[in-house]
Every structure is written in C-alpha cells, then in structure tokens.
Ligand binder design. Structure first.
Ligand code: ATP
Ligand code: MG
Length: 299
C-alpha cells in the first residue's frame, strides 16, 4: 500500500498532445504550481496538489505503484496497460475516474487503400502492426481471427510500405496520416480521450478529501465547457411552446416580472445556442433573449 502522504500527486504528460490541455484543465480547477528547476515536479501552491511531469506511457505504472495518486492519460494507454497487467496475472489495479473531454482519437484498424474491405476474417494470416498489442489481440480473439501482431513502438503507419506488415492498428484523429500512407481506416477498436485515471479503490486519508474536491471542480469545469446561461422573458401561457425548444437545458429558474403574466427565465443550456435556435425561441414568443458565458459552477 502506498505510503501515507498529506499531498495529492497527479502525473501528467511532460510534453506532447495531452500536456498543455491537462495543465490548463487543472489550472481551471483553481490549482497553481511552482515548477522545480528540472521541470519534472510542480509544487502545488493554492492547494496541496502536486504534479509529476512524465512520459504518458509511465502514468498507469506510477499510479499502480503508488508513486502518484492520480494521472491524466489517454484511455488507449490506460486500457492497453490494464490488459497487459491482467495478462501478467496482476488484477485490474486502475480504473477510469472521469473522461475529460479532450485528446479525442480512436484506435482504428487500417488497411491499404486498394483493399476491398468486407469483414474481419480478411485479416486471417496477415501481419498487423501496432503499438497496442493487447487491445488488438483482444479484438482478434473476440472476432475469431488468427493474425500475426507485429509490435512497433512508433511509425506504425509506414510499416505496410516498408513491407513489415499488411495492415495497421493505430490511433487516428483526422485520418490524414493514414491517407498520406495510402491506408484507410475500416474499423474502430476503441474510442479514446484523455481520462483521469486512479486506483480501483478510493483514496483514503487527506488525499481522498483532496481528490473529492478536485473531482467536484472537474465535474463543474467539464459541465460548463459547453454551457451557456440563456435569459429571456415570456408570458406564462407560452411556456408549453417554449420549454420543448430547450431540451438540453436544466430546469429553468422562473421569476415573475410584474403582475401575473410576464415571466423572466434563466436556463443553463448544455448544447450550442446558435442564432437559429434564438430565432426559433423568438418566433415562439421569447423576448429579450440573452446568452451569457458561465465562469464557474459547483454542484
Ligand atoms: P510521450 O513522449 O509522453 O510518450 P507520445 O508520443 O506517446 O508522448 P502523444 O503523441 O503526445 O504521445 O499522444 C498522447 C495521447 O494523445 C495519445 O495516447 C492519445 O490518447 C491522444 N491522441 C489524440 N489524438 C491523437 C493522434 N492523432 N495520434 C496519437 N495520439 C493521439
Ligand atoms: Mg508515449
């Protein structure tokens, strides 16, 4: 069991795709840090929450060993390493605490553009290059396909051109890298994004309380990322027409303006409030429509 500590330690990527968004998400939760000279450790100033800056591949291991309490890492890395631990006879040690809404990509199977793709059985006897052997092996087993898994740590997408493999299983976001290598994605093995990873069990001691505080703030930050406050006025009779136009809104706050009839409403909307939607609301009788940004939220 990890040694008792009175500060929470979070591992994040030192540099790369998740580094900056992870830090700004944590900063939006009110954390700030003093950086060590070697830029590996950030000492929490506003709260006793420190950061360790590492390679993303090291993050699950650091949590499993108790060196860090939490980490921000791609689901692809978390699941792959968890399957690896299970294959080695170590049980599920980690779990995904929260999806974080950035770093979206998918682990996709891609084949040469010239292939006419119909079904997984076409991969029988073929060589598939990947950096995610556990995820690929599981998928092959689930689909009863016997293929050879060629493990490469990088530059997976050029393997077919080099004659090292017939197909690849790699991370894709826009698909331009695949296209540049005359490959086309045909199947998705895993939808991924950055996640907050932590131990399977809750943390105890003071770190548990710090983690709960951080989760509350993260949930608030995640909820407001696409949320806007919509304010408008309408007469009471029009509410049955207006409220169905706000399916993505929390139950609105309704205030009486004067007399019986005029109401002022405010609703937190979680979808996009386009001009089109505002026009629709206006046509249904809403007046004085106003859209406001949300700065903070705590449930
Ligand atoms: P490190 O030096 O920390 O090991 P890395 O090269 O392994 O870095 P990055 O390329 O920075 O990692 O990617 C980190 C994560 O970003 C991936 O594991 C994945 O979850 C996510 N990601 C989002 N889009 C893509 C993409 N198009 N290609 C690869 N990863 C992506
Ligand atoms: Mg890496």
């Amino acid at each position: 069991t990890p040694a008792a500590r009175d500060r929470l330690r979070i591992a994040i990527q030192k540099s790369g795709r998740l580094a900056e968004p992870a830090r700004s998400l944590l900063a939006s939760c009110g954390l700030s840090w003093r950086e060590s000279r070697d830029r590996l450790f950030c000492y929490g100033e506003t709260l006793p929450v420190d950061l360790l800056l590492v390679r993303d591949d090291d993050i699950p291991g650091l949590i499993a060993e108790g060196v860090c309490d939490l980490g921000i890492v791609g689901r692809n890395v978390l699941v792959e390493q968890d399957l690896d631990a299970q294959a080695a006879g170590r049980g599920a040690r980690l779990r995904e605490w929260r999806p974080l809404g950035f770093g979206a990509c998918r682990l996709a199977l891609a084949v040469p553009e010239g292939w006419a793709w119909h079904e997984p059985s076409q991969l029988a006897g073929r060589r598939i290059a990947t950096s995610y052997p556990q995820l690929l092996t599981r998928w092959l087993a689930d689909n009863c396909v016997e293929a050879r898994v060629v493990v490469l740590s990088g530059s997976v997408e050029i393997a077919p051109r080099l004659g090292q493999a017939d197909a690849v299983c790699d991370l894709v976001s826009s698909g331009t890298t695949l296209a540049a290598n005359q490959l086309k994605p045909v199947l998705t093995l895993l939808e991924s994004e950055a996640v907050l990873a932590g131990p399977a069990a809750d943390l105890d001691d003071v770190r548990g309380e710090l983690a709960q505080l951080l989760l509350r703030r993260l949930d608030g930050a995640t909820r407001i990322r696409h949320s806007k406050l919509l304010m408008f006025q309408a007469t009471r009779q029009l509410l049955p027409q207006l409220l169905p136009l706000l399916p993505d809104a929390d139950a609105p706050t309704v205030m009486q303006v004067d007399g019986e009839d005029r109401l002022a409403l405010q609703a937190l909307c979680h979808g996009a409030l386009t001009w089109q939607r505002l026009e629709d609301l206006r046509r249904a009788g809403a007046r004085g429509l106003m859209v406001l940004p949300v700065e903070g939220m705590l449930a």
